[in-house]
Design a protein around this ligand. Sequence first.
Ligand code: XLS
Ligand code: NI
Ligand code: NI
Length: 459
Amino acid sequence: MLFGLVFKTVPVLHPGFFPMPKTHFPRVRRIAYEGPKSTNALAFRHYNPDEVIAGKTMREHMRFSIAYWHAFRGTGSDPFGSATIVRSWEKGSDPVSIAKTRMDAAFEFFQKIRAPFWCFHDRDIAPEGRSLAESNKHLDKIVAHAKDLQKATGVKLLWGTANLFSNPRFMCGAATNPDAHVFAYAAAQVKKALDVTKQLGGENYVFWGGREGYETLLNTHLKREQDHLATFLHLAVDYAKSIGFKGQFLIEPKPKEPTKHQYDFDVASGIAFLRTYGLEQHFKFNIETNHATLAGHTFQHEIEVAAAQGLLGSIDANTGDLLLGWDTDQFNTDVKELTLAMVSILKAGGLGSGGFNFDAKLRRPSIDPEDLFHAHIGGMDAYALAFKLARQILAEGKFERFVKERYASFDSGYGKDIEKRRIGFRELNQLVLKKLGEPKPRSGKQEYLENLLNTYLHG
Ligand code: XLS
Ligand code: NI
Ligand code: NI
């Protein structure tokens, strides 16, 4: 794609009289695939977007997405210190025009990093106004700009969402706030977020309930809050239907942070919640690696639990630091962890309308614009390599054969009768007493299997 198309609003005349597109990343060219032997730190070694595997390009297989909030609103600030990351485009007096320039920079980045998708919260892309009406007006201006940039670049929207956690009005939750006024405000905000997600052709819509939980039961009516959350999600489904929004709804479980206890703690509790309130046919899961580990699970566990119920939707691709108990949102370069995750994702038939969204941020001292490229290149390469290794593992089928054989006693005879519920305790009792006797122990062979896995990862 020609940059002239993208940055048509800001051409500048170069001394050589060539109109040069304004670039926000002058030191980085479009990232090229150079293969595994490349030593160029600003090249892909495993992610070749144009490579065709099983009839689809890697771009189509991976559906990588950039998280606007981290990549373009992240400043490196933490509870102990202010911003360290200062970007050249964050200049000007009017917040709406700064937001537009920032978005130009973002779309230049999306193109250079070869990401086909992006994701945003309403308040990431446009400044909050003094009233909801003013916020909506700001959002409309920026969404119109985003629409132009999407058209010019071909970059698409993986999902949109509403920020229902930063503003102080949401300090006690949004849909689970004890004040119906806040519930109403959150509903109005999500209505608008759904409108703009639809306008931008969003393929999904995400609910992450950052403050949908509680700090203390001394002031909390847990059952009422859960009922309200379910009502909120039903109202969202109804509204989406009324405007013809066809995207997939996703909930993103997280056990804690910012609240002490969040209602959609993990995928299993999310499934129970969705089923309890009759929402399971409208939602799937957006699974985040760091949230999985915060809940005491592996990434692969959460994927398998969702996939087992046909509810695997999308991935927030990041990782935590297991020595720290919070959401550090780091880029994941752990090929072993990702290969295992990919095996589960591929076995489940892939992510459908979902994708791999880099919900990950630079470390506080990583202040150069190039660091944004290094970070995403690392994540994309690790995922692409994991995808290829997982395909190889599944093609050879060694683990699957092992597992199949391990459960083979349920494939016929009384085992099959158990699975089909054709046999009861009385018959099983008779079987054991008269025929089967004591079961013969069989090794689980974990160490053998771990070694087998390493043969794929290290040859
Ligand atoms: C926070 C969440 C958030 C969601 C989108 O921990 O990961 O970034 O992905 O609201
Ligand atoms: Ni996330
Ligand atoms: Ni998170």
